[in-house]
Design a protein. Structure first.
Length: 316
């Protein structure tokens, strides 16, 4: 029986390699125009070497940057002040890369130290190694990943409620801790495929070089809007139609529907319409949509049949 399992595993692995080669072909054969588009839109601040590194990761993983499966971000080290480059994907991208190897063999249910107020998540994933199903473990702690103050979700909610970067973490601690732990486990199981690639949730504590404007009452340096006008993060100025059009384009590309956007606007800002958003709230929402799947915004959702959905951000 072990010999049969090993033989079957080799066949599956060979088949998966062929599938991965075909699926990755469009990534490997980027035209000059597509590379220029990626440079202008996704890797705006990248040097030539950084762009080459990013394209290498795209080819290696088979993830499509134009479909927002993988993206480029620069971060500043808070201690040294030096800039570092991170190539980021979502947990779905991690799962896709693992699945394409043909050796991903599922996972156990996630465990938490406290179901009501989780501070640690434990994830176990499995990989076929020479036909044998082997376990790889990942652990994520609230104190290491939450982008703000507090040692637990309840404590963070009490003392850090004005921190917009941690809003989703405080709302759904189980989901985000689980993602970080699963990413760690998958990276251990598939190091050659995933080394150097991180999920957006793992990088929440890092500070982007061009971080989004946060709609908080705390003072911070002035930033420039997309139209080149200097504004403060707590500016009460309402968004323009051009900004709302851009927001909808990004939402559509990321798979967000009308009800998802409305739910996020109501949950995070207590508003009924996107037209009521301030510039700071707009920047935060754009960042949220780019980094998260709609399902992340709320734990339970009644799905409806796919229908043609009108643009909720365009004035009628």
């Amino acid at each position: 029986m072990p010999k049969l399992q090993a033989k079957m595993a080799r066949k599956v692995g060979k088949m998966s390699t062929e599938i991965q080669r075909v699926e990755s072909m469009s990534i490997q054969e980027w035209s000059t125009d597509k590379v220029d588009l990626i440079k202008r839109t996704i890797c705006k601040d990248a040097t030539s070497d950084e762009l080459e590194l990013f394209m290498y990761q795209c080819k290696k993983t088979g993830l499509d940057p134009l479909a927002r499966q993988i993206y480029f971000q620069k971060y500043k080290n808070r201690n040294t002040g030096k800039e570092t480059v991170s190539i980021i994907t979502g947990i779905d991208g991690y799962r896709l890369v693992a699945h394409r190897t043909g050796n991903y063999a599922g996972n156990d249910p996630t465990k938490f130290d406290d179901e009501n107020d989780p501070t640690v998540a434990f994830v176990t994933v499995f990989k076929l190694v020479q036909g044998v199903r082997c376990a790889f473990h990942g652990t994520a702690r609230w104190s290491q990943y939450y982008p703000g103050l507090g040692k637990s979700p309840s404590e963070s909610s009490a003392i850090d409620s004005n921190n917009f970067r941690g809003t989703l973490w405080r709302k759904m601690p189980h989901v985000l801790l689980e993602k970080c732990a699963e990413a760690q486990a998958l990276r251990r199981a598939f190091p050659s495929e995933l080394t150097g690639l991180y999920t957006s949730e793992e990088m929440e504590q890092a500070e982007p070089i061009q971080k989004p404007i946060q709609a908080t009452a705390k003072a911070s340096p002035l930033q420039f809007s997309e139209v080149g006008e200097q504004i403060s993060p707590n500016s009460s100025r309402l968004v323009t139609q051009a900004q709302l059009g851009r927001l909808w384009a990004i939402a559509t590309a990321r798979g967000w529907k009308t009800e998802d956007c409305k739910f996020a606007i109501g949950t995070f800002f207590g508003k009924e319409s996107s037209k009521e958003l301030t510039w700071g709230e707009y920047e935060y929402l754009v960042d949220l949509i780019q980094k998260h799947h709609p399902a992340d915004v709320y734990s339970e959702k009644t799905t409806e049949a796919d229908v043609e959905i009108p643009n909720p951000f365009v004035e009628k």
